[in-house]
Write a protein that binds this ligand. Sequence first.
Ligand code: SF4
Ligand code: MG
Length: 328
Amino acid sequence: KNVKKYFPLKKSVFSNRHGHVKAVDDVNFSIFKGETFGLVGESGCGKSTLSRVIMRLTDADSGEIKFDNIDLLKLKGDPLRKQRGKFQMVFQKPFESLNPRRTIGQIIGAPFEIHGSASGAEKEKKVKRLLELVGLSPQYINRYPHEFSGGQRQRIGIARAIALNPKLIVCDEAVSALDVSIQSQILNLLDDLQKEFGLTYLFISHNLSIVKHMSNRIAVMYLGKIVEIADAEELYANARHPYTKALLSAIPMPNPDFNKERIILSGDVPSPVNPPTGCRFCTRCKDVMSICSEVAPEFIELNSKHAVACHLYTDAEVQQQPVLLNRG
Ligand code: SF4
Ligand code: MG
């Protein structure tokens, strides 16, 4: 709720810029239990900062991040560590996120040590079971990360993430660094694990096709703000925000007969240091109106499956009290 994270810019001999990078600027959404919530946007839009803030790897400046009704931003020390087991992360770079000097048995077993939940033979048994779960042979337990391929390393990262029976897993570009042929295997593995353990995913990617494949609901982010949230099907069938429409029009279609007008965005993504006033998309929007550069559009809920922040849609279209953005 109202989550903000700005990074101050320091004046230096190399740069006289000052101000703040508004990486995450007043973001609101809820993730429902058992769903995959997709977060999509171009690189630099604030997705990774948002995921790090949710994971408490970076402190938010303000806002609330509630997990099972506990405000994580208010927790420190032991109470935070206790909650930490419930949310885990799968990182983009499967090699960099694994310590090269530790065996995969040590890497996957580390969460048990940190949380004191298993050691010795019991820990080994659990690690072997996790290796099986992610499709790797338990015999690999004493090998090192460099002995594995990219896809296998991502399986190791997933095994580590599920070790403590988390409820939420944040996947930040979890397959972006992998070959396309391997991507689908990892996505299928994530799918299987979700079914087996009732996991909830926050699935972050710049790739709309992948997000569509994985998600129940999707939020679209642009320059630190969420501009549209909808059920996945609804978003693809009936996108309302001009930015979402442009992103969708850029997805290659397998059927060449399907006639789709490609919307080319003009200009570059503006700097998040001094983002445009009013609607942040106003410098690139083909539907821009005079109000757009003056007033930031409020989020309005078009129906129970769809909310959008854009002046093209007015309160007259709102049918009910917001439930999508904050439920309970
Ligand atoms: Fe375009 Fe205006 Fe809507 Fe922003 S608020 S997306 S500039 S029409
Ligand atoms: Mg990122």
